[in-house]
Design a protein around this ligand. Sequence first.
Ligand SMILES: C[S@@+](CC[C@H](N)C(=O)[O-])C[C@H]1O[C@@H](n2cnc3c(N)ncnc32)[C@H](O)[C@@H]1O
Length: 271
Amino acid sequence: MDTPALPRLPFDRIAEVFDDQRALPPDAIAALQRAFAELVDAGLASLVEPGAGTGRIAIPALAAGLRVTALDVSVPMLDTLSARLRRLPEVADRCDVVHGDATALPFDDDRFDTGLLAQVLYLIPAWEQALDELVRVVRPAGRVMLLQERTWMSPELDRWDVAWRDSTEQSGHVPVPQVPDDDVSVAALAERTNQVAERELVSWEFGQKVDDALAGLDRMRPLYEALPDAAWTSVVAGFRRWQATSGLAGDSWLGGTVTLTLVTGVVPACS
Ligand SMILES: C[S@@+](CC[C@H](N)C(=O)[O-])C[C@H]1O[C@@H](n2cnc3c(N)ncnc32)[C@H](O)[C@@H]1O
């Protein structure tokens, strides 16, 4: 197989902190498992997840009874998944872990009953090709799904977010373009599949106090690996100065809401 394309973020270094930073709450995992169990009941028993990462979604799918093929370009992300699977012998034999590129899937046409993409399309410059590839490997009448974390940020968190982005970009950080956004992804799915339907699985609130967010800034360092240490130190110092004059006190709440939404399309007979 060709060497996979590099992702737009350094997931090889993010692997060790990903589960900590992006963990789903128990209610979300339970809601996901219920949605995946419905696929099993409908006879859609095999699922491929390109960009599966550490298995945050793949493991609930396995727990619901699906056979899962978890593919990713990042070996450290897959190593973390494999380590988790070793602790889950009751489901591990239903999971294939594959190193590969979402834009050139190493699978025959029509191989799977379902395919799922979660938090990955915006990381892939040729994202439309990744969607085409997923439709190619899912059989006619199978399902292609986008799992989206639709996020609302409070005005305080929004200000914080904008100020942080300004500080990092002024220091030379080039942000990952958020393309495609959720709406564009759904439209692209509708161009390739039939009967596209959206379903809100669960919502939850998140947040932390300003003081805790400041204390945790260094945990984000792997996301900014292109910035030299001196630039990173100056970003953090500058941002702390901004916070001190922002009117956001140490005990101000930076919060929001996430709605986990499953968008499903049915693969046409001639895809
Ligand atoms: C934000 S993580 C999401 C992981 C998982 N889907 C989840 O929701 O927890 C994105 C993953 O996509 C992978 N990735 C990025 N570009 C990829 C590509 N072209 N092919 C396969 N995986 C890719 C990254 O290595 C990373 O593990």
